[in-house]
Ligand binder design. Structure first.
Ligand code: FAD
Ligand code: SF4
Ligand code: SF4
Ligand code: SF4
Length: 442
């Protein structure tokens, strides 16, 4: 069966078909205030068009990486042996030499140390980075970082959708040279926009891409706040993985003016599947192949400092390699990319991508234009989880109220716990009885 490709005149069709991953690229090519980002009840962050200001120019859909790649991203894909792995110059592991950056970081602080060094050495004037702000209520946002204070503010992973590329509009035209730290979908969108804006491309210096398996809809964060015992309205800081309380990889940390609430990492891990948006299930680029430098956790690498934390660092372009060599703010050692890929379970992720996207197609949903190209690198294996997880992810959009979604999840957790408590022992006993009967009948 031939894959169905979407013919989107504007990005409403992208959102309606669950292909939007909230990168923010579309708003950047449209008139000011015509495309605005709104949160759904579940906590997706999707663009909405104000049709009174829309001139039907189709520019938004032409740069949308949710449905297609422009010439730069296509070139990146076609010049690598495997689009799930990407091009690699060198693989390294290490950490920031700056203790404050390291302690405040998600992993080894390398992403922030590189940006800070580039700012201090005037390689760039500013950097587009994600932050967590408590303006109105706690949520993800994006800023232009100009100094150390901004960089410190931006550190740590926010496992939620943030339309980072909306900040491209804030970069001063023809004046500021900029870098960007983003997820794979942000990097795809960045290339798509730069393909259409040569003057902005001249201002762009380099990108740091984060390895990314998925985000969670914002209801996931609200559930963790609820679980901590804090009231959302009182929350002044939220950290998915804070190293400060108990070291790497970091505990969930909910901060109010009066109190710090700490939850173990398992609380975050256990909710991931339920709150994963559908778009992440059909995203192939977990290793961020379009960035100049990819940074992640050093899973699968031996002799890593698991107390302070370290970062996996992959230079993918000559530009990325030059940036790394020009900074002495990080201490890095060479490692083997194959070990990193094994650590990131890339073979399993390949299998999952194909499994989920085939289920997606069975639901008559359109796929991005590069589907045929990417699928050549995978084979189909069936697994019940593809149907279950995808249906669950698509169902998230049907909630009308966040509280209803969180209550439904709480009920499911309760049922699961009861099953574990009462049904599991019964299953074991039944199995033992069958075994004993078999032995006796010999
Ligand atoms: C959603 C998400 C999923 C990830 N999945 C994986 C994974 O599966 N495997 C893996 O090895 N690593 C993953 N990472 C990367 C890892 O968590 C660290 O971000 C990475 O190791 C860099 O750490 P650092 O100490 O060098 O960065 P830090 O110095 O802590 O800086 C982190 C940078 O990330 C930026 N950032 C944080 N959240 C977002 C966001 N939502 N969107 C855009 N930029 C953001 C911040 O602005 C900051 O600039 C993921 C990160 C995120 C945000
Ligand atoms: S450009 Fe990005 S934010 Fe806009 S519709 Fe496409 S994927 Fe969504
Ligand atoms: S004006 Fe053009 S870019 Fe803006 S929403 Fe309409 S079609 Fe999209
Ligand atoms: S998995 Fe892909 S689509 Fe989802 S947040 Fe990460 S890079 Fe974006």
């Amino acid at each position: 069966m031939e894959a169905m490709i979407i013919d989107a005149k504007d990005i409403t069709a992208v959102v309606d078909n669950d292909l939007c991953h909230s990168c923010g690229a579309c708003a950047n090519v449209c008139h000011p205030e015509v495309i605005l980002f709104k949160e759904t009840a579940a906590g997706h962050v999707f663009p909405e068009i104000n049709y009174e200001g829309c001139t039907a120019c189709e520019l938004c859909s032409s740069v949308c990486p949710g449905i297609k790649f422009g010439k730069t991203m296509m070139k990146v894909m076609e010049q690598t042996e495997d689009p799930f792995e990407g091009n690699v110059l060198k693989t390294r592991v290490g950490k920031s030499r700056d203790k404050e950056i390291l302690e405040n970081a998600q992993s080894g602080g390398v992403a922030s140390a590189i940006i800070l060094s580039a700012l201090e050495n005037s390689l760039i004037d500013t950097a587009i980075v994600a932050v967590m702000t408590n303006e109105d209520s706690i949520h993800g946002d994006v800023i232009l970082a100009y100094n150390r204070e901004d960089v410190l503010y931006s550190q740590q992973s926010k496992y939620i959708p943030i339309p980072l590329l909306t900040a491209l509009a804030l970069v001063k035209k023809n004046r500021e040279r900029f870098a960007l730290i983003g997820l794979s979908c942000h990097i795809h969108g960045l290339h798509n926009v730069l393909d259409t804006k040569p003057s902005l491309k001249k201002q762009f210096v380099f990108s740091i891409g984060l390895v990314c398996d998925r985000v969670m809809v914002n209801a996931g964060m609200d559930y963790l706040i609820y679980k901590s015992g804090a009231e959302k309205k009182d929350v002044t800081g939220f950290y998915f993985r804070d190293k400060k309380p108990h070291g790497y990889p970091g505990h969930v940390h909910v901060q109010t003016i009066e109190k710090s609430y700490i939850l173990p990492p398992q609380e975050r891990m256990s909710i991931k599947d339920y709150f994963t948006p559908a778009r992440c299930r059909i995203c192939f680029d977990k290793m961020n192949i379009g960035a100049d430098i990819t940074v992640g956790d050093p899973h699968g690498i031996e002799d890593v400092d698991r107390l302070e934390g370290e970062s996996l660092v992959i230079s993918r372009t000559q530009k990325g390699e030059e940036v790394l060599q020009s900074t002495n703010s990080v201490q890095l050692r060479l490692e083997d990319y194959k070990s990193a890929l094994i650590g990131q379970a890339i073979e399993g992720k390949k299998e999952n991508w194909r499994g989920y996207i085939e289920k997606w197609r069975e639901l008559d949903k359109p796929v991005p234009t590069y589907y045929e190209y990417v699928s050549k690198f995978t084979s189909i294996k069936s697994n019940k989880k593809y149907t279950t997880n995808l249906s669950q992810a698509l169902f998230l959009r049907s909630y009308k109220q966040r509280q209803e979604l969180i209550s439904t999840y709480c009920k499911q957790v309760k049922i699961y716990k009861l099953k574990m408590k009462y049904l599991l022992p019964i299953t074991y006993i039944m199995r033992a009885i069958i075994k004993i009967k078999k032995e006796l009948s010999k």
